[in-house]
Design a protein around this ligand. Structure first.
Ligand code: ADP
Length: 470
């Protein structure tokens, strides 16, 4: 392991650093743009950071910016970013008093959260029991139902046998969707349009779930024909106080993965936002939820249907930050220090509109990954433009990890102005040496349905299929 010498902590005398249980040094158990995002919030609070990295990431920006850096293993994530023992050792060696897991990797691993806490290191995330419950989608659905959230009709719990699945499907009516209880990232789910293919598709979903999550427990729910994906950002202090920060619309998806997100949703009225927002924040208060969370719904014909809760910061959290002015990572750190939330529900006001484009190192037409050397990079800038990225000219994007290399987030006082600014910002982005999705976003922003906000979770797949045949 390598420890780089510490930079001086220039802001340690600010009052914020003298809280009841102040955090002074955060180990960031992640990489890429989210590691930078956390580093930035920490430094703005006068808190030092410790980067951990695999050998493939020795030259990564998150390693360069952190006060300390420790190599925790070889490129495969299982031996580095997912390696509990190496990360805990790195925290002990570097004297970190808190761990922030970011998203992905260990962020929703209840066992790891427990190990962190048992080492007297603050876990900047929800209580382990809430991570565990919400990570099992069957348990999550039951909890959500008990807390009064509207559910997608479906099996009461896990379904064991093919006969049981067939009976549930017959009762709720086709099409149905078989989903893995341990699912995530759109994997382990299959849409079943009729009884003929049920057995084959359920077996396929089970196999996928077994190999991706080591657990093939399935449940079944009604497959909604043409919904939007709308999610609420929630925040709790762990002591029975919780707020919501409005919704994000993440309906533009490819293979159940989000491509483009906006806040607020173009279809949600202020009254609907207030109604659903108070339901979700009351649910979080009743649970005693701590930290940031996202409650995901499908929305069809004016009705919300709970699908899952993510017990972590989301990739798309900046759009919420842009329209509320609340720094969610700062809030996470404060809550982990034992502070109450710094804002009340009455103080949360939505202003204007924000859109995020996920920029991946991949071919914008075939979606084939395109890792490699970035020989030129220029980020967009200007008023209300935010680029969260670890890119720099001369950086070699390793082939081992997620292909997302940047997020472009733009704010405007109205949705229309936001889109004008986004088009302008996309024109300014220059990433040379690898293929990337900027051209895809530019194309999308010329589409009348995207311009009017008239799209559902099916829209992008249909548009891509049409583009291929044209
Ligand atoms: P994951 O955890 O893998 O992301 P989710 O349960 O959040 O899985 O679902 C991901 C996406 O799959 C949703 O945003 C939606 O596009 C689609 N989906 C999930 N459940 C349903 C359903 N019952 N009907 C229609 N689409 C669904």
């Amino acid at each position: 392991m390598r420890i780089r010498s510490s930079l001086t902590n220039r802001w340690s005398s600010l009052p914020e650093a003298r809280a009841a249980m102040p955090i002074t040094r955060i180990l960031i158990a992640n990489r890429g743009e989210i590691a930078l995002r956390i580093h930035r919030a920490a430094h703005e609070m006068g808190i030092e950071t410790v980067a951990v990295h695999s050998t493939a990431d020795a030259d990564a920006m998150h390693v360069r910016l952190a006060d300390h850096a420790i190599c925790i293993g070889p490129p495969p994530a299982g031996q580095s970013y997912l390696n509990h023992a190496a990360i805990i050792s790195a925290a002990e060696i570097s004297g970190a008093d808190a761990i922030h897991p970011g998203y992905g990797f260990l962020s929703e691993n209840a066992q790891f959260a427990e190990i962190v806490e048992s080492h007297d290191i603050a876990w900047i995330g929800p209580k382990p029991e809430h991570i565990r419950t919400m990570g099992d989608k069957v348990a999550a659905k039951k909890t959500a139902g008990d807390l009064g959230l509207p559910l997608v009709p479906g099996s009461a719990g896990a379904v064991e046998t093919m006969d049981e699945i067939r009976a549930v499907a017959d009762e709720i009516g086709y099409p149905v969707i078989a989903k893995a209880a341990a699912g995530g990232g759109g994997r382990g789910m299959q849409v079943i349009t009729g009884p003929e293919k049920l057995e084959e598709l359920v077996t396929q979903a089970k196999n996928e779930a077994q190999s991706a999550f080591g657990d093939d427990t399935m449940y079944v729910e009604k497959y909604l024909g043409n919904p939007r994906h709308i999610e609420f950002q929630v925040f709790g202090d762990g002591n029975g106080n919780a707020i919501h920060l409005g919704e994000r619309d993440c309906s533009l998806q490819r293979r159940h993965q989000k491509v483009f997100e906006e806040a607020p949703s173009p279809v949600i009225t202020p009254e609907e936002r207030d109604r659903m927002g108070s339901i979700v924040s009351k649910a979080m208060a009743d649970m005693g939820y701590r930290g940031a969370g996202t409650i995901e719904f499908l929305w069809e014909d004016g009705e919300f249907y709970f699908i899952e809760m993510n017990t972590r910061l989301q990739v798309e959290h900046p759009v919420t930050e842009m329209v509320t002015g609340v720094d969610l990572v700062r809030e996470q750190i404060r809550v982990a220090e034992g502070h109450p939330l710094s804002v009340t529900q009455d103080e949360i006001e939505l202003h204007g509109h924000a859109i995020e484009c996920r920029i991946n190192a991949e071919d914008p037409f075939t979606f084939a990954p395109s890792p490699g050397l970035v020989n030129y990079y220029h980020a967009a800038g200007g008023m209300h433009v935010r680029v969260d990225s670890g890119l720099y000219a001369g950086y070699r994007i390793p082939p081992y990890y997620d292909s997302m290399i940047a997020k472009l987030i733009v704010y405007g006082s109205s949705r229309e102005k936001c889109m004008m600014r986004l088009r302008r910002a996309l024109e300014e982005m220059v990433i040379e040496g690898v293929k990337h999705s900027v051209p895809l976003h530019q194309e999308l922003l010329r589409e009348p349905d995207v311009i009017s906000g008239d799209y559902t979770i099916k829209w992008l797949e249909e548009w891509l299929a049409k583009r291929e045949t044209d």
